[in-house]
Design a protein around this ligand. Structure first.
Ligand code: TLP
Length: 351
């Protein structure tokens, strides 16, 4: 089957740029961004800072680099960082938090991604000769491994209060923060006002080919710019990336609601299939996590059977399979995906 015929629900990272983005890239005014002279990058950074209600922003190539430079810019080597135990930074970023930033991650369990402020407080150990210095609390929003769940502004406020009262900074991996804002129907600043700084991605549901932004106060962003450089992320005519980012921020946010409707439809369809279970409460944005453990097969077998039927999904371990909706996935694709899922379940149950 040619690749373009697959219904690709592995991630919203697979989205391709829109025609308008490609046009904007073609006509972007460019300069050397390491000298601060790329007008399109400067425009995107100013726009991102304004949208997030912060002083400044810096464009980086990936979400992973955004998290890493943010960690480095919020801490010093040897510090302790409190994060949620299923956090992307802890699971999927090649251990950069320790290997590169030199930090001790201190995972705290949560319900559906929202940390309990009491658990955060308990994790902040007193200053003592035996303990590393705690300096940062991190949250993820929406929360990827919990199924795209939204950490509400109220929850952020409560955790932020604990962090601040102990003199710790508060950072948000907001890779999909616009999904959270659209899901609750509120301005993104309702979330961002509770954290000191954050990152968000252009290259996921917003459909850009590349790019993430690190956002916060001027001092923090200045440190982030320097840390981006040390990691080799200082780019030159990066306006070709930023041009698409401007289009994304201006035109691609509201349509995320379509992705949320489609994931809901997919989840409700899957919930009706015998042998599968879905926690519908967690289907809040553009992700669906299917629990296939009732079928008694490896998740990788399930996804390879689905692939044979033209549907791509992610095996995320422990009998869980992830589907992510995004631009390019319409209701009819979801209907076809549901048919394929039904067929695979029937096939596996008859073995
Ligand atoms: N997540 C990817 C994979 O790495 C799992 C995906 O397909 O969801 N923070 C969060 C919450 C993320 O979900 C991701 C990407 C990142 C950071 C890293 O972004 P990139 O892939 O741009 O380095």
């Amino acid at each position: 089957m040619p690749k373009e015929e697959f219904i690709d629900l592995r991630s919203d990272t697979v989205t391709l740029p829109t025609e308008e983005m490609l046009e904007a890239i073609r006509h972007a005014k460019l300069g050397d961004d390491v000298y601060g002279e790329d007008p399109t990058v400067n425009e995107l950074e100013a726009l991102a800072a304004e949208r997030m209600g912060k002083e400044a922003a810096v464009l980086v190539p990936s979400g992973t680099m955004a998290n890493l430079v943010s960690l480095m810019s919020n801490t010093k080597r040897g510090d302790l960082v409190i994060l949620e135990s299923e956090a992307h930074m802890y699971w999927y970023e090649v251990g950069g938090i320790s290997a590169v930033a030199g930090l001790l991650p201190w995972p705290v369990k949560s319900k559906a991604g929202a940390l309990d402020p009491l658990d955060v407080e308990a994790a902040i150990r007193p200053r003592n000769i035996h303990f590393p210095e705690p300096s940062l609390v991190c949250v993820e929003n929406t929360h990827n491994r919990h199924g795209g769940t939204v950490v509400s502004p109220e929850q952020l406020h409560a955790v932020g209060e604990v962090a601040r009262s102990h003199g710790l900074r508060f950072y948000m991996d907001g890779a999909r923060i616009f999904n959270a804002a659209v899901a609750l129907g509120v301005d993104v600043k309702e979330f961002t006002k509770h954290v000191d700084n954050l990152m968000f991605c252009l290259s996921k549901g917003l459909s850009c080919p590349v790019g993430s932004l690190v956002v916060g106060n001027r001092d923090f962003v200045e440190r982030a710019r320097k840390n981006r450089k040390v990691l080799g992320g200082g780019m030159r005519q990066a306006g070709i990336i930023a041009a698409a980012g401007i289009v994304a921020l201006e035109t691609m946010v509201d349509r995320l609601a379509d992705d949320h409707r489609n994931s809901r439809f997919l989840a409700e369809g899957c919930a009706k299939i015998d042998g599968l279970s879905v926690d519908l409460v967690r289907v809040q944005t553009n992700m669906v996590v299917l629990d296939i453990s009732g079928l008694g097969v490896e998740d990788a077998l399930f996804t390879s059977k689905l692939r044979e039927k033209g549907v791509l999904a992610g095996a995320i371990g422990k009998g869980k399979v992830r589907f992510v909706t995004h631009r390019g996935i319409e209701r009819e694709h979801v209907e076809r995906a549901l048919e394929a899922i039904k067929d695979v379940v029937a096939e596996l149950r008859s073995r």
